[in-house]
Design a protein around this ligand. Structure first.
Ligand SMILES: C[S@@+](CC[C@H](N)C(=O)[O-])C[C@H]1O[C@@H](n2cnc3c(N)ncnc32)[C@H](O)[C@@H]1O
Length: 429
């Protein structure tokens, strides 16, 4: 079956069968460059677990499958590849007994790629029992044991050193807990639904939510609170502010940074802009539902339609590779190439060039990305006609970070939050 036939699996990803749906989503992520989180929508917990777990552990899973295949995995149809990977993940990492996991994968194969069902059965019966690599087994590459591409491991080793590298890789292999910016009666509603809320040590407005995940997701979707990573919340508050200043978030959708600024910093005049109309429409709805009165408009940050030199704070939370967010978007690691980074950096430079002139004398520019890569961060801010402001003393005690020569910091992903890179600049008064 040719790979292009995968477009025929659209219906499969909407299947009510959790494994069939998971296989359909995985095939589309693999072959069509789709993002799992978007395709999953309201998928049941088992489907989500199968999709995210399989994507997180894809390299390790492929290592177990390879000895039992006569052809490279890459030569198989994406749907067959998806069923094989999903079968190994379920047999090896979930509590499903391996024979049941294999039988379920064969059932999905019969329903979705019947000619390959015998192959799936033969391969999975062996791979389901193969030895999963020990995390401490130094005879195997670290990237294989913790399922990341070697190029990424090597550049993060250089950036973080061994200890933080291990923390970052291990963090990427666990799901991110739900954390929310609580507002209004959200906390009461979540508690009434059986959720527990723990204040996050980095940010007083962020609560980590456990228990009754389904109810929590529903309450947040209804506009109760806003799901936001704790590091993203922390980053938004790193710029100093005084009441009355105009704050412009030039890349504002979906709205997390604006909501944090609104919650933490009274008396700011908030304006949010984004290039994409659809995202601005959703941003406006999100802010209104949470009582945030920021003005919102469509604008291209590379040619911003604002008067120069008037903003006390300009925030650029730039579109980026997202390598700090692999807990939430595990597929990025299999898709991104080091060669993609210069293209992203060029777009970031254009946005920053538009942003710099908007900063008022004495005002600040906050440049952040959820990328850990120097190309998208310290190399992008080189030559800005602004003074770097040291950030280390503004970070919470105990937070691991790497200070860069550019004055910015890189926060690696951890069990506490996603990875981010941040720079703060000031225009002399
Ligand atoms: C990382 S997201 C921003 C996240 C947001 N600040 C938050 O906290 O929720 C990057 C945003 O930049 C927007 N964007 C990309 N290129 C842009 C441009 N040239 N001008 C304005 N917005 C742009 C994208 O539409 C996207 O919404």
């Amino acid at each position: 079956m040719p790979s292009s036939s995968v477009s025929g699996w659209r219906g499969v990803s909407a299947s009510t069968d959790p494994r069939q749906r998971a296989a359909g989503v995985l095939a589309r992520v693999d072959s069509a460059g789709a993002y799992a989180a978007r395709l999953l929508g309201d998928a049941p917990p088992l489907t989500r677990e199968l999709v995210f777990g399989t994507l997180r552990w894809q390299r390790t899973i492929d290592h177990l499958l390879t000895p039992y295949l006569h052809r490279p995995l890459s030569a198989l149809d994406p749907q067959v590849r998806a069923v094989l990977r999903l079968g190994v993940y379920e047999a090896q990492r979930l509590s499903t007994p391996p024979p049941v996991a294999v039988a379920e994968a064969v059932r999905v194969a019969k329903a979705t790629c019947r000619p390959a069902a015998a192959l799936v059965n033969a391969v999975l019966r062996k791979a389901a029992h193969a030895a999963w690599p020990e995390t401490e087994d130094r005879s195997l590459a670290l990237g294989l044991r913790l399922s990341h591409p070697d190029w990424m491991v090597e550049r993060w080793r250089g950036l973080f050193g061994e200890a933080l590298l291990a923390t970052a890789l291990a963090a990427d292999q666990e799901p991110a807990p739900l954390s929310v910016l609580a507002a209004g009666d959200t906390e009461q509603r979540l508690r009434a639904a059986g959720c527990e809320l723990v204040p996050h040590p980095w940010s007083r407005a962020v609560r980590v939510v456990t228990g009754n995940a389904a109810a929590a997701v529903r309450i947040v979707a209804e506009g109760g609170g806003y799901a936001l990573d704790p590091t993203a919340a922390l980053v938004a508050r790193l710029a100093p502010w005084v009441a009355g200043i105009r704050v412009l978030d030039l890349t504002a959708a979906p709205g997390g940074k604006l909501l944090v600024l609104d919650a933490h910093s009274e008396g700011l005049v908030l304006v949010g802009a984004d290039r994409h109309l659809g995202r601005v429409v959703r941003l406006r709805r999100t802010l209104a539902a949470r009582g945030c009165g920021a003005a919102v408009l469509v604008a291209d940050a590379t040619a911003p339609p604002f008067v120069s030199g008037r903003c006390g704070l300009v925030v650029v939370d730039a579109p980026c590779s997202g390598t700090g967010t692999l807990r939430r978007h595990p597929e990025i690691r299999w898709r991104l190439r080091a060669e993609d980074l210069p293209g992203l950096a060029a777009a970031q430079r254009r946005i920053l060039a538009g942003a710099v002139g908007l900063v008022a004398p004495g005002g600040h520019l906050l440049y952040a990305t959820c990328s850990l890569e120097p190309e998208e961060n310290e190399q992008v801010v080189v030559g800005l006609a602004l003074e770097p402001v040291p950030l280390a003393s503004a970070l919470p005690p105990g937070l691991a970070f790497v200070q860069r020569p550019s004055g910015g910091v890189v926060i690696p992903p951890s069990a506490w939050g996603d990875g981010f890179s941040v720079h703060l600049f000031r225009r002399p008064a």
